[in-house]
Design a protein around this ligand. Structure first.
Ligand code: ZN
Length: 247
């Protein structure tokens, strides 16, 4: 089975469309979304509409989804994130808002192949940035692979009996690796709609469960179009500016 793994789309319609266009010939059979469909970007309704129709969708909610649909108050959010969550809540259609409210909490099992979580497999709101958080998170699940999001940084952590290894994709080269039976993996596909690793291209992964391989891809999209939408919606300017630099 070939899975498209998407995370942190953040209502960036141009980025989502560019990703889906780029995988048209990739024989994708199922799609996985690791949360944060909305928040920050100015096109939550068309973004949710597309995600709702994705083939064989498995999904977990993200922290922004919870605040944007009113499940949580957002008191932990900074001023800009809170302003965008309020705007999103006011602008979502009732149907999309209710659909977001029903999104399941992670972690979830997908086809007995892997787990998915927004934050860590233990806590949907906690971050995995470096090796300490990764090592800690490996204790809380048994599956060979867990895909996670939330940090917006693409990375592959692998743990075998001897050591923990971290692989960060090189911006000039697609990261593709074979997953071995002797190791377990925590994999972040990076963010579709708001990359923060200094590369402004949309980031996503493809996992092939028959070949036991994973690849992290980057694709260019018109971030200028997304910036215009953010400006026109009256959302805070830094939300638009950061997309140009991918930080
Ligand atoms: Zn996010």
């Amino acid at each position: 089975m070939r899975y498209l793994i998407l995370s942190d789309i953040h209502a960036n319609l141009s980025a989502l469309r560019a990703v889906l266009r780029s995988v048209r010939r990739q024989r994708i059979e199922r799609v996985v979304v690791l949360g944060d469909l909305v928040g920050y970007g100015a096109e939550p309704n068309p973004t949710v509409a597309i995600v709702r129709q994705l083939k064989g969708l498995s999904i977990v909610r993200g922290n922004h989804d919870k605040v944007c649909c009113g499940l949580e108050s957002g008191e932990a959010f900074n001023r800009i994130a809170f302003a965008s969550a309020q705007w999103t809540q006011e602008n979502l259609t009732p149907s999309h808002l209710n659909w977001l409210k029903e999104l399941p909490e992670g972690p979830r099992d997908v086809d007995g192949e892997f787990l998915i979580s927004h934050g860590t497999p233990l806590d949907e709101d906690a971050y995995i940035f470096g090796e300490i958080e990764a090592l800690n998170s490996f204790q809380y699940f048994d599956a060979p692979i867990c895909f996670f999001g939330h940090s917006h940084f693409p990375v592959v952590f692998s743990l075998n009996e001897e050591s923990l290894t971290t692989r960060i994709p090189n911006p000039r080269k697609r990261l593709r690796m074979r997953l071995v039976a002797e190791a377990r993996y925590l994999i972040n596909p990076g963010s579709v709609g708001q990359p923060r690793d200094g590369d402004n291209r949309a980031s996503f992964a493809i996992f092939d469960s028959d070949q036991r391989s994973v690849a992290i891809h980057r694709v260019r999209y018109s971030y200028q179009r997304t910036q215009q939408k953010i400006a026109r919606a009256g959302l805070p300017a830094p939300l638009a500016e950061r997309l140009a630099v991918g930080r």
